[in-house]
Design a protein around this ligand. Structure first.
Ligand code: TYC
Length: 123
């Protein structure tokens, strides 16, 4: 039985802080410390419902309650807003969550043979 023991990490695998701790940079060179935070807020997307002449109001209210966790009062307000203005916001989510909601609503509307349209747009 034998084992290979690495006593020195290759430069490419060494973290900057470890490099600094060892102080073994090439002479006349320095490690540039990153000042920019490495966290970025994710882009947000609005999920919208579009009005049509055929989808029953009660179906839209159900969609808003079931997929967007609105209570009946909020769901009814949003549904009426869409009915009167043509479009309305159901919620704001990160890309993958918004995409999932759109797919769920479109699949559910199709299953019930309603022409309801749900879309997402970048904020
Ligand atoms: N306009 C539809 C009706 O009168 C109701 C409706 C509301 C449809 C919102 C779609 O996203 C919608 N039955």
């Amino acid at each position: 039985m034998s084992a290979i023991v690495m006593t020195k990490l290759p430069d490419t695998l060494m973290a900057d802080d470890e490099r600094r701790r060892r102080n073994d940079n090439a002479p006349g060179t320095a490690v540039i410390t990153r000042t920019k935070p490495q966290v970025k807020r994710p882009s947000l997307y609005r999920v919208l419902l579009l009005n049509d002449d055929y989808t029953p109001m009660e179906f839209v209210v159900h969609v808003l309650e079931h997929f967007f966790t609105k209570n009946r009062e909020e769901a009814t307000q949003i549904m009426l807003h869409v009915h009167q203005h043509g479009v309305g916001e159901c919620g704001v989510y990160t890309y993958e969550v918004a995409e999932t909601k759109v797919t769920q609503v479109m699949d559910f509307a199709r299953k019930h043979q309603h022409p309801l349209q749900c879309v997402m747009e970048k904020k």
